[in-house]
Write a protein that binds this ligand. Structure first.
Ligand code: ATP
Length: 223
């Protein structure tokens, strides 16, 4: 893919996507992405709640409830947007297909990144057509406590080292193809733990925004 014109500023060019089940959205999603966005200088982060196909274990909250929680959590952030295309699809949400859709809309020169946590990086070779991901986007990886910082598999580690960049400018001046491991703050929070804490009647105010916590209570979720 061609490089963008170098006379344009090398910050705030890249658009990033961030997919997840968000059952519920929490500070382990919001804070690292906020830090990453500041660190890299992202133009926009588009949050994509996943549709879970009927044959997979279903989230506890409905699609509409997960979407509403994402909307509430993103309200304070002017550069964070939500996109419902995956939720509206009756078919599985394959990231590669969503990326293809975006790529068609934004053109082949626009720098595009996909944000994932370290746990997702370590299992990326289980994703549908994972080897084509870097043709479509960069990968921006947020640190996550409790997960190794390297692959067990020598082959996967070689793939990472081949594509890794430590130059954040690459994310803005190339349309796709690089992996950036970001030194984002660590939050030992998971949606699984939040659901379990709600079931046990434990407080979760430090783990997710008040607006989301109030919605969970009002909708009587995770009982
Ligand atoms: P669950 O516990 O239900 O599996 P989760 O908390 O891991 O959910 P998801 O919605 O499945 O959240 O994750 C979406 C993305 O967020 C993934 O790329 C995942 O790696 C990342 N992520 C989730 N929690 C954290 C965290 N605490 N720190 C960094 N990244 C995270």
């Amino acid at each position: 893919m061609p490089r963008t014109n170098h006379s344009t500023p090398l910050i705030n060019q890249a658009i990033a996507l961030y997919g997840g089940t968000f059952d519920p959205i929490h500070y382990g999603h919001l804070r690292p992405v906020e830090a990453l966005s500041g660190l890299i200088g992202l133009k926009e982060v588009i949050w994509l709640p996943n549709n879970i196909p009927p044959h997979r274990p279903q989230p506890e909250a409905s699609s509409q409830q997960r979407l509403e929680m994402v909307r509430l959590a993103l309200e304070p952030y002017s550069s964070f947007k939500v996109d419902t295309r995956e939720l509206e699809k009756p078919t599985p949400s394959y990231s590669i297909e969503t990326l293809r859709d975006f790529r068609q809309e934004i053109g082949e020169k626009q720098p595009l990144a996909f944000i994932i946590g370290q746990d997702s990086l370590l299992s990326i070779n289980t994703w549908h057509k994972w080897e084509s991901l870097l043709d479509m986007c960069h990968l921006l990886v947020c640190a996550r406590p409790g997960y190794q910082t390297h692959f067990e598999s020598a082959q996967m580690q070689a793939w990472l080292e081949k594509h890794q960049t430590k130059q954040q400018e690459d994310i803005h001046c190339l349309p796709a193809g690089k992996i950036f491991l970001a030194d984002t703050p660590l939050y030992n929070i998971s949606a699984t733990d939040i659901r379990a804490r709600h079931k046990a009647g434990l407080d979760c105010h430090d783990l997710l925004p008040n607006s989301v916590e109030n919605y969970i209570r009002q909708q009587q979720l995770y009982k």
